[in-house]
Design a protein around this ligand. Structure first.
Ligand SMILES: C[S@@+](CC[C@H](N)C(=O)[O-])C[C@H]1O[C@@H](n2cnc3c(N)ncnc32)[C@H](O)[C@@H]1O
Length: 335
């Protein structure tokens, strides 16, 4: 049964890098990524927080750069609730450092206590200690059985846990499936990056000897360039649906930009940039893959409810719809 099978080899590197380099507050932005959650999702979360008592401890599980923790903090301030907000994540996180250049956000993040490299299933709070735990697209990434046990154990009696979790039928999850397919084809089954790297190597050897004009007419350059262009075109034809094309064109643009700026003096930088782009895309693919594995179908979401009830919690499962289609499952537990 899935509940006990969800423990994957834990490598959080692709999430750590994302939170340290993307400059975004939340991973799946509904609107402006740097302003955190807005719209219907913000309303949903504020609804969950409205009856939470003044001075309550609120823990955001799988917080990333702290979007939901910040929402809780803001709600607490606006409503004079003075929550003590914490954010935990299995990845290496440091939201305050990430937003040093946005003082308005950094000032608020500083009031939240972040716990880096702290998986839900191993979170360090005392038993019966926490008023409220919340999680936005995060709880379902953890090994479910252990994570559920930790949540229920560390909540106060009558304490609440609310999670929004990926739904297998959401547009987000469907798009991720496309992304994983297209990026896997490009990064693993197509020598696009290898040939681009070869072309840069060739340029490093040839340009110093034959100059930029000689390079433009150099037959090896022309053959390899044509081969790369052919591959790009073949990928655009193979993945011609709009969602697929978004992913292909993103890759094409990243590579094309490097060749556009390439000159005799920056070849090493171009090679480094190519390697960087490859890793960015591969990390993106791994995050999308994680998301697909985390997404729950009805049977799996129901199994989670049963497991919570077995541990003595009451549980409510629902679907949060945004713009008329499923955005995610909502799970509300009371210990
Ligand atoms: C899709 S992101 C969501 C982040 C954040 N809640 C947001 O809305 O922007 C999923 C997060 O879950 C974290 N994560 C994955 N497994 C985890 C675990 N076992 N314990 C805690 N965090 C985990 C990842 O590091 C990542 O930051």
């Amino acid at each position: 049964m899935r509940l006990s099978l969800r423990h994957r080899g834990v490598n959080m590197e692709h999430w750590s890098k994302y939170w340290h380099t993307s400059g975004v507050l939340n991973s799946f932005a509904e609107g402006d990524a740097n302003s955190g959650y807005t719209g219907d999702l913000q309303k949903f979360w504020e609804q969950q927080l409205k009856d939470v008592p003044r001075g309550a401890t609120v823990i955001d599980l799988g917080t990333g750069n702290g979007a939901l923790a910040l929402l809780a903090q803001n709600f607490g301030i606006t409503n004079q609730k003075e929550f003590a907000v914490h954010g935990i994540d299995a990845a290496k996180i440091n939201p305050v450092e990430q937003f040093e250049k946005s003082p308005a956000i950094a000032r608020k993040l500083k009031k939240i206590e972040f716990h880096s490299e702290t998986p839900i299933e191993k979170m360090p709070f005392d038993a019966d200690a926490i008023d409220v735990m919340i999680a936005q697209f995060a709880f379902e990434y953890a090994p479910q059985k252990q994570a559920l046990e930790a949540v229920i154990k560390q909540l106060k009696p009558q304490g609440k846990f609310v999670a929004v979790m990926h739904h297998t039928d959401s547009a987000l999850v469907k798009d991720s499936k496309v992304g994983v397919t297209v990026l896997t084809e490009i990064l693993e089954n197509t020598p696009l990056f290898q040939q681009s790297d070869m072309l840069l190597d060739l340029a490093s050897q040839a340009i110093p000897q034959i100059g930029a004009d000689g390079w433009a007419n150099y037959p090896h350059n022309q053959v390899l360039t044509r081969s790369i262009q052919w591959m790009m075109k073949a990928l655009q034809e193979k993945f011609s649906k709009p969602q697929e094309l978004n992913y292909v064109n993103d890759v094409v643009r990243r590579i094309a930009r490097i060749f556009e700026v390439m000159n005799a003096k920056n070849l090493d930088d171009c090679k480094r940039q190519l390697a960087y782009e490859y890793h960015v895309l591969n990390d993106h693919r791994l995050r999308l893959q994680d998301q697909l594995e985390a997404a729950l179908n009805k049977k799996q979401a129901t199994a989670l409810v049963k497991a919570a009830e077995k541990q003595g919690a009451s549980a409510e499962l629902d679907i949060l719809e945004i713009d008329g289609s499923p955005f995610g499952w909502t799970l509300k537990l009371t210990k």
